[in-house]
Design a binder for this molecule. Structure first.
Ligand code: KIV
Ligand code: ZN
Length: 508
C-alpha cells in the first residue's frame, strides 16, 4: 500500500440517519454497524446519545458489540449533559471516541448561540477537556467551519488541540464550500496553526451544491487524513459525501492521491444495498459505484471496446466493488450445497435456520419462474432478514378487481400467536383495498407518502419489489416486500411499515 492511510469515519448512523425519512430502529442500526465493521471502516459514529433514549441505547449496544473491533464514536454538543450521555453510551467500548461540536461562524454565533468569540473558545476548551477525562480519543468540530473567519478558525483549532483534541474536523455544514476554497481552508490551517501536527485534520462535507465528494478529495490533497462520509451519501438535506465514491476515487486514482484506505471494497455494493434496503432510500440507477447502471455499457461502440479489452471503457471492475449483477445462477435442481456456496459468495453469513428458510424461498421461486438470478437471491434473503421482530403476520389475502368491478380485498392477519383476524375493504384499486383492510385490522390509519415498484431481475415473471413509506402522526416508517405477485409484495411492504410503527409504540 502506498502513502498515508486515510481514516474512514462513517457517519451513516448519525448524520445519515438525520436524513428525512431515514430513521432506523436499534436492530437495524446494529445490522448496519455489523456491515460497516466488515467493510473495514476505522470509526463508526453510532449516534447522538442525548437526542433520545432510543439513540442512547443504540450507541450503547453498538459500543458493546463492536467496540473491540472498530472505534465507536458518540456525538455531543459542547455541553456537560451531552458529554455525560456520550460517556454513558460508550462505557463498554474498548475503542471509543467522543465527538464534541460547537458552531464558530459569525452567523451561528450571532443568531443561534448568541455567544461572542471568547465565550465560544472557553466553551470549546472546557468541553474537550471534559471528554478527555473519559477517553484519549477526542474529536472537536467547529460547526460551520467553512463559513468561519479563517483567523478565528485557526484560534479555535489551536486551543482545542491544546485542550486535548486528537482530531479536528472542519465541517462544511451547509455545503457551501467549493473544492478550491476548501483546499485553501485546510492548507491555511496547516500553515497557520502552530500545533496542527498534534492532531489529525478531518473533512466533513455536505452535498448541497453536489460537491461533497470533490471537496473531501480536495481536503485530502491539502493534508486531511480523516474523511467523514456515509454509505450512499445519506445525510441532512442533500446528504454527506458518499463513502463508496471517496474510497473508489482514492483507489482508482492511487497514482495521483498516493494514499490508501483499509476498506474492503468488495463489500461496498452489498453494504450500499443493505443501507438502501433498511432506510428505504433508493439508490439512483446512475449513481457512481453502486448504481444499477454503474457497470452497464449500452452503446455498441463501448460494448465492442469492452469485448476487445475491458480497460477501454472500464476504470473499475464490477467485482472490485462487489457488484451483484443479473448473473444467472441456480435452477430448481441445484442442490442445497450449491445454494449455500452462492449465498456465501454473495456476502451473507446465515446460520442453518436462516439458510433453510432462504433455500425454501428459493425453491418456491424457482417453481414459479424459469430463471433465478443473483439479484433474486439477494432480495429473498433481505426480505427474510426484514421479518425479524414483526408482530403482525400476513396469513392470506384475496383481491378482486377489474374494469367493471369494485376493487375489494379480504385479508387475514395474525398478531403474534393470537387467533387469526379477518377483514375486508374496498378501495381505488386492489392495492388500496389491501392497505385499507390491513389498517382496519391493525387499528392504524397511515398516510402513504411513497410507493415504488421495481423488478428485481429480468423477464415477465420477474420478482417484483415494492417499497413504501408511510406517515403516522408525523413519523415515517418504511417497508419493503418482494414477490412475483406485486399485490402480495405491496401487502408485505405495507404490513412491514405498519409493524415498524407498532414496534415504535405508535397507537391510533
Ligand atoms: O455538518 C455538521 O457540521 C455536523 C457536525 C455535527 C460535525 O454534522
Ligand atoms: Zn454534518
Amino acid at each position: 500500500m502506498s502513502g498515508d492511510q486515510i481514516i474512514i469515519f462513517d457517519t451513516t448512523l448519525r448524520d445519515g440517519e438525520q436524513s428525512p425519512g431515514c430513521s432506523m430502529n436499534t436492530r437495524e442500526k446494529l445490522e448496519v454497524a455489523r456491515a460497516l465493521v466488515e467493510l473495514g471502516v476505522d470509526v463508526i459514529e453510532a449516534g447522538f446519545p442525548i437526542a433520545s433514549p432510543g439513540d442512547f441505547d443504540a450507541v450503547r449496544q453498538i459500543a458493546e458489540k463492536f467496540g473491540d473491533r472498530t472505534t465507536i464514536c458518540a456525538l455531543a454538543r459542547s455541553r456537560d449533559e451531552d458529554i455525560e450521555k456520550a460517556k454513558g453510551a460508550l462505557v463498554n467500548a474498548a475503542k471509543r471516541r467522543i465527538h464534541v461540536f460547537l458552531a464558530t461562524s459569525a452567523i451561528h454565533r450571532e443568531f443561534k448561540l448568541k455567544m461572542d468569540k471568547a465565550q465560544i473558545i472557553e466553551r470549546a476548551i472546557s468541553s474537550v477537556k471534559m471528554a478527555k477525562e473519559f477517553t484519549d480519543d477526542v474529536e472537536f468540530s467547529p460547526e460551520d467551519a467553512a463559513r468561519t473567519e479563517l483567523d478565528f478558525l485557526c484560534e479555535v483549532v489551536e486551543k482545542t488541540i491544546d485542550a486535548g483534541a486528537t482530531t479536528v474536523n472542519i465541517p462544511d455544514t451547509v455545503g457551501y464550500a467549493t473544492p478550491n476554497h476548501y483546499f485553501k481552508v485546510i492548507s491555511y490551517l496547516k500553515q497557520n496553526v502552530p500545533n496542527i501536527n498534534n492532531a489529525i485534520i478531518s473533512s466533513h462535507c455536505h452535498d448541497d451544491l453536489g460537491l461533497a465528494v470533490a471537496n473531501s478529495l480536495a481536503a485530502i490533497e491539502a493534508g486531511a487524513r480523516q474523511v467523514e462520509c456515509t454509505i450512499n451519501g445519506l445525510g441532512e438535506r442533500a446528504g454527506n459525501a458518499a463513502l463508496e465514491e471517496i474510497v473508489m476515487a482514492l483507489r482508482t486514482r492511487a497514482d495521483y492521491y498516493k494514499v490508501h484506505t483499509k476498506i474492503n471494497t468488495q463489500k461496498l455494493y452489498p453494504t450500499s444495498h443493505l443501507v438502501s434496503s433498511i432506510t428505504g432510500m433508493k439508490v439512483q440507477r446512475n449513481k457512481a459505484i453502486v448504481g444499477q447502471n454503474a457497470f452497464a455499457h449500452e452503446a455498441g461502440i463501448h460494448q465492442h471496446g469492452i469485448l476487445q479489452e475491458r480497460s477501454t471503457y472500464e476504470i473499475m471492475r464490477p467485482q472490485d466493488v462487489g457488484y451483484v449483477g443479473q448473473n444467472l445462477v441456480l435452477g430448481k435442481h441445484s442442490g442445497r450445497h450449491a445454494f449455500r456456496d452462492r449465498v456465501a459468495q454473495l456476502g451473507f453469513q446465515l446460520d442453518d435456520a436462516a439458510t433453510q428458510k432462504a433455500f425454501d424461498d428459493f425453491i418456491a421461486l424457482a417453481d414459479k419462474k424459469k430463471e433465478v438470478y443473483d439479484s433474486d437471491i439477494v432480495a429473498l434473503i433481505e426480505n427474510r432478514m426484514e421479518e425479524n421482530g414483526d408482530r403482525w403476520k400476513l396469513i392470506s389475502f384475496h383481491t378482486s378487481a377489474g374494469s367493471s368491478a369494485i376493487p375489494t380485498a379480504t385479508i387475514q392477519l395474525q398478531y403474534l400467536e393470537e387467533p387469526v383476524l379477518c377483514d375486508a375493504a374496498i378501495g381505488d384499486g386492489p392495492i388500496d383495498a389491501v392497505f385499507k383492510a390491513m389498517e382496519r385490522i391493525v387499528g392504524l390509519t397511515a398516510r402513504l407518502e411513497q410507493f415504488d415498484v421495481r423488478s428485481v431481475s429480468e423477464g415477465k415473471d420477474a420478482l417484483g419489489e415494492v417499497r413504501v413509506t408511510i406517515n403516522l402522526g408525523g413519523r415515517h416508517f418504511q417497508g419493503k416486500g418482494v414477490s412475483t405477485d406485486i399485490i402480495e409484495a405491496a401487502a408485505a411492504a405495507y404490513l412491514k411499515a405498519l409493524n415498524k410503527a407498532v414496534s415504535a409504540g405508535v397507537t391510533a
